[in-house]
Design a protein around this ligand. Sequence first.
Ligand code: PHE
Length: 342
Amino acid sequence: LRQKYLELIGGAADEAALEDLRVRAIGKKGEVSLAMRELGRMSPEERKEAGPRLNALKDEITSALAAKKAALEDAALDARLMTEWLDVTLPGRTRRAGTIHPISQVTEEVTAIFAGMGFAVAEGPQIESDWYNFDALNIPGHHPARAEMDTFYMARAEGDNRPPHVLRTHTSPVQIRHLEAHGAPCRIIAPGRVYRADYDQTHTPMFHQVEGLAIDRDISMANLKWVLEEFVKAFFEVDDVELRFRASHFPFTEPSAEVDIRCSWQGGTLKVGEGDDWLEILGSGMVHPKVLAAAKVDPDQWQGFAFGMGIDRIAMLKYGIPDLRAFFDADLRWLRHYGFAA
Ligand code: PHE
């Protein structure tokens, strides 16, 4: 009996088999238990000899079961450790961090440079009323500039009598809003998104401008020229940059000038400061008296300059990017190629 059970226990494959053996050996009707029951029918001499032997056998089987159970548990743990091992010498997996979009970076740079010249930051809504986007800026309803701007009009339900609204076509309405709220004198920039139905290599239907406005008693075009030159030098990190002021026309400035930067396209990339090409970066001029009046500022006492610069344009120039549309494709490979994403 002893031989048989110790061997069976030693060979048990799992805990279920062990339990089975326990029942067969020392369970109520197990072989050892039955043998113990026989003790009653034995002579005292026989019993004296068999009793301790059977008790010892029962103890031995009990501890053999326990030992085997512990051994099985160890083996199970070993097996698990083999499959769940971790190689701490493997190189870590890198996670790419998010980065600031190049246009946002450029907007921050522009803001910092103008802040250094004493310009505060103003903001206005992207959905703008007809009045602020056009009328107050001396662009009445019939004016061809409205058509030229390829304006996105907000849809209106029948019977909606609210004044017409547009996606602002420029940041100039912020001039009116700021002057209305704070009056003259003022020195602000207003960066933000603007919209026009236009799409090619250098135009996207949503783009970014930064408006500039300086109003005081005797501000002139000379101040405008100095401010723009200082800005361009700081932004492109050069001692000298060539700007071209072209006489132009805007309904909200008189006189008006458009400003270009000398550049060239070399093998698909854009170079600033050299070559025979010019990239227009802004429109500017002396704020029209009618615009001041519309913003409740007395044109007999105050005057100043305004400009509207394309943030995307100067970002293209700074980073040598020939196609503006790529800025808004959210293509990580492109962003990484130009170092804009990790
Ligand atoms: N608002 C003009 C545009 O979007 C730019 C501009 C701003 C011109 C201020 C003159 C003065 O083209």
